[in-house]
Design a binder for this molecule. Structure first.
Ligand code: ADP
Ligand code: 5GP
Length: 291
């Protein structure tokens, strides 16, 4: 018989540490559900992610998840699962789309209703400039403030342009599942705090996120009803000129951002709409139409 090779002591202790971390994460989630700090929809969305949090949540038993809610013990959870046709031993990762929808309906979780628009495009294409114009045209649109580990540029204000966080604070928030999406870009981390976005959407307010490509893909996976917009430069030369013209990065950082830009431009086809930023007011008006 072929037995797997025995694990080394190090591999065993690493596996044990991962097990402990996953159990801690699951008990944190149960407490947050009980206290109303987390919603079923958010847990189900996270369980689809390919990271440690996603994998730990996917392994959680559905009955344990449901019985975390105040007023739903294991008996009610089992009855609910039977009613919507979910096997008693099913794990969260094994839930089908319709089963997940049925649970959300059964729990009466109000679904997000506001329009979520995600704006992505290469660095220097003019996302920030277009978003500022949208703010003028549509003060009712809520524009998410991202957290970042990047240092503020001159004139940028903490809490207005970004939440400027330490790497430690950012990492803790990742572990706690506090981001709707996050990504590493040109040596820094950027993320969208989850709670304010969901709160605005629930109140029916339109929400705009301005984020890079990897983050946009995460939002699309977690919130399939989001409308994804790619902002493109009129030409490559325009993009280069804008990045240099902004004067906020040195040559090495510009080269790094342009290398990324090639990848990002290649992904434009994944988006629901492509807006060319030849003219700021016109591009903003197009974006406003989607909101
Ligand atoms: P991003 O947020 O995508 O990195 P910015 O909004 O900072 O880009 O814009 C980069 C530079 O391009 C800025 O100097 C800005 O003034 C300029 N810019 C933005 N939109 C246009 C446009 N339509 N035409 C010419 N220059 C533009
Ligand atoms: P900058 O350093 O030029 O402000 O931003 C660099 C890149 O990070 C831009 O493409 C910007 O759209 C993106 N970005 C800003 N906030 C977020 C965020 O919350 N999440 C992600 N994924 N990207 C962000």
């Amino acid at each position: 018989m072929n037995l797997p090779p025995p694990l080394t002591a190090e591999a065993r202790s690493a596996a044990a540490a991962r097990g402990v971390a996953a159990r801690q994460l699951r008990s944190g989630v149960r407490l947050a559900l009980r206290d109303g700090d987390l919603r079923l929809a958010e847990v189900l969305a996270d369980a689809g992610r390919d990271d440690d949090r996603g994998r730990a949540l996917a392994r959680m038993k559905v009955v344990d998840l449901l019985s975390s809610f105040r007023g739903i013990g294991p008996v009610r959870a089992a009855a609910l699962m039977e009613r919507v046709g979910i096997a008693a031993n099913r794990r969260v990762g094994g839930l089908g789309h319709h089963q997940a929808e049925a649970l959300l309906d059964a729990l009466g979780e109000d679904r997000p209703t506001g329009r979520l628009v995600v704006l992505t495009g290469p660095s220097g294409v003019g996302k920030g400039t277009v978003v500022t114009q949208v703010r003028r045209m549509r003060p009712d649109v809520w524009i998410s403030i991202s957290a970042t580990t990047r240092a503020p540029r001159s004139g940028e204000v903490d809490g207005v342009d970004y939440l400027f966080w330490s790497r430690e604070h950012f990492a803790r928030t990742v572990e706690q599942g506090g981001f709707l999406e996050w990504a590493e870009f040109a040596g820094n981390r950027y993320g969208t705090p989850r709670r304010p976005v969901l709160a605005r959407l629930r109140e029916g307010q339109p929400v705009l996120l301005e984020i890079e490509l990897q983050g946009a893909r995460q939002v699309r996976a977690a919130m399939p009803r989001a409308f994804m917009v790619f902002l493109a430069p009129p030409s490559w030369a325009d993009l280069e000129a804008r990045l240099h013209g902004r004067g906020t990065e040195d040559d090495a950082a510009i080269a790094q951002r342009l290398a990324k830009a090639r990848e990002e431009l290649a992904a434009a086809g994944e988006f629901d709409a492509v807006v060319v930023n030849d003219d700021v007011v016109r591009a903003a008006a197009e974006l406003v139409d989607f909101l």
